[in-house]
Design a protein around this ligand. Structure first.
Ligand code: KG4
Ligand code: ZN
Length: 352
């Protein structure tokens, strides 16, 4: 029997098993994450190795350096995840891994490790879409949450509102036509000299500041379900440039708070509207920007005003982590097939 025939048989057995433990690997960008998740909801361990200190001096993620550091981090993290869960590799039923989207070199490290573990242990390999993994972070926080629901996806590479129709499928309602919201946070932070990673720094420095600057940008998409962040980003860059040219001192907390308020208001308005239009009474949020405290406040308020229940993952599951992949891999196991050992990394895998 070939490897894949054996794996298909094992998947059938797994679907009938009461307790399924998946070891999941996430290495799409600069964080290496490994987790062990039971039945898609229970996190037995979740360990992470961050490369923030390494990339800070370059002002952003350097792909080649990221992949080299994933190589060094990954096997010690697998060992730590097993140790934290008081398990051995023999207790693992399947391997989940991020196949895309992300940086190709970074993805390849996780994917190759996952393939090697699957082959050596003779257990199924389950390839996961990173963004669908982010959405599943909500299942880890809300044990009773079940589809359908709406989801606002706000990460470094994606901005979208989707309808989550079941555990593995979604319907795209609206997406960005240019920059992602996280990307614009990072860019603005760089322009005002806050450095990398920009999102959390803007969040922090804006706390308690009443936004006053109106950044003039294109609002052509006001009535469209789609987003654009490039105009807002450029408006902030122009403002900083003009003030500096005039010799004025920059009020950095005010610039950050005003940018954040505008960016957040754009996603809040559209996410709520798309939920109402599509009759969805629950809205989850997914991706790194879901950690933003201002977004959390504003969206919760807008939800209350419009009769929509708004849910955010716990902070530790907002940014990249292995546990969300472990959850998604479980639902793929229940609904679909496993992967072959020759699957490629998919840096631009589509959302739908
Ligand atoms: O989901 P994620 O960890 O990686 C991607 O899949 O892209 O998201 C990373 C993005 C970065 O742009 C980062 O600046 C942003 O999430 N981010 C935040 C916050 N924490 C992370 N943006 C705003 N406020 C935060 N607190
Ligand atoms: Zn992510």
């Amino acid at each position: 029997m070939t490897y894949i025939e054996r794996m298909h048989n094992k998947m059938k057995v797994l679907r009938t098993k009461k307790t399924v433990r998946i070891l999941a690997i996430e290495s799409s960008c600069d964080d290496t994450g490994v987790a062990i998740v039971q039945n898609g909801r229970q996190v037995l361990s979740n360990v992470l190795s961050s490369q923030i200190d390494i990339h800070t001096r370059f002002g952003g993620v350097v792909p080649e350096i990221a992949s080299r550091n994933h190589i060094m981090a990954i096997m010690p993290l697998v060992d730590k995840a097993l140790k934290d869960a008081h398990l051995t590799l023999q207790d693992i039923d399947a391997i989940g891994v991020t196949q895309g989207a992300g940086l190709v070199g970074s993805l390849l490290v996780g994917l190759t490790t996952a393939k090697a573990l699957s082959f050596a242990l003779d257990i199924p390999l389950i390839a996961c879409n990173h963004i669908k993994g982010h959405i599943c972070a909500n299942y880890l926080t809300y044990q009773d949450l079940t589809p359908p629901f709406g989801c606002l996806v706000v990460s470094g590479g994606h901005t979208a509102v989707v309808g989550v129709t079941d555990y593995t499928h979604l319907k795209l309602f609206g997406t960005t036509i240019d920059d992602a919201i996280g990307e614009s946070f990072d860019k603005v932070a760089r322009v005002v000299g806050l450095g990398y990673p920009g999102g959390p720094k803007i969040d922090q420095i804006s706390k308690g500041i009443v936004p006053k600057i109106q950044f003039v940008h294109h609002t052509a998409l006001k009535d469209s379900p789609n987003f654009s962040f490039s105009g807002l980003k450029t408006a902030v860059i122009n403002y900083v440039h003009n003030e500096t040219t005039k010799g004025n001192t920059l009020d950095i907390p005010q610039i950050c708070a005003s940018f954040q308020a505008e960016a957040v208001s754009m996603v809040v308005t559209k996410a709520i509207k798309l939920c109402l239009v599509n009759n969805l009474s629950t809205l989850c949020v997914a991706g790194g920007v879901s950690a933003n405290s201002y977004l959390r406040n504003q969206l919760t308020l807008a939800g209350q005003e419009n009769g929509i229940k708004v849910l955010f993952p716990e902070s530790k599951y907002c940014t990249d982590n292995g546990a969300m992949i472990g959850s998604y891999a479980y639902y793929l196991m229940l609904s679909g097939d496993c992967s072959t050992l020759d699957i490629p990394a998919l840096p631009n895998i589509p959302l739908e």
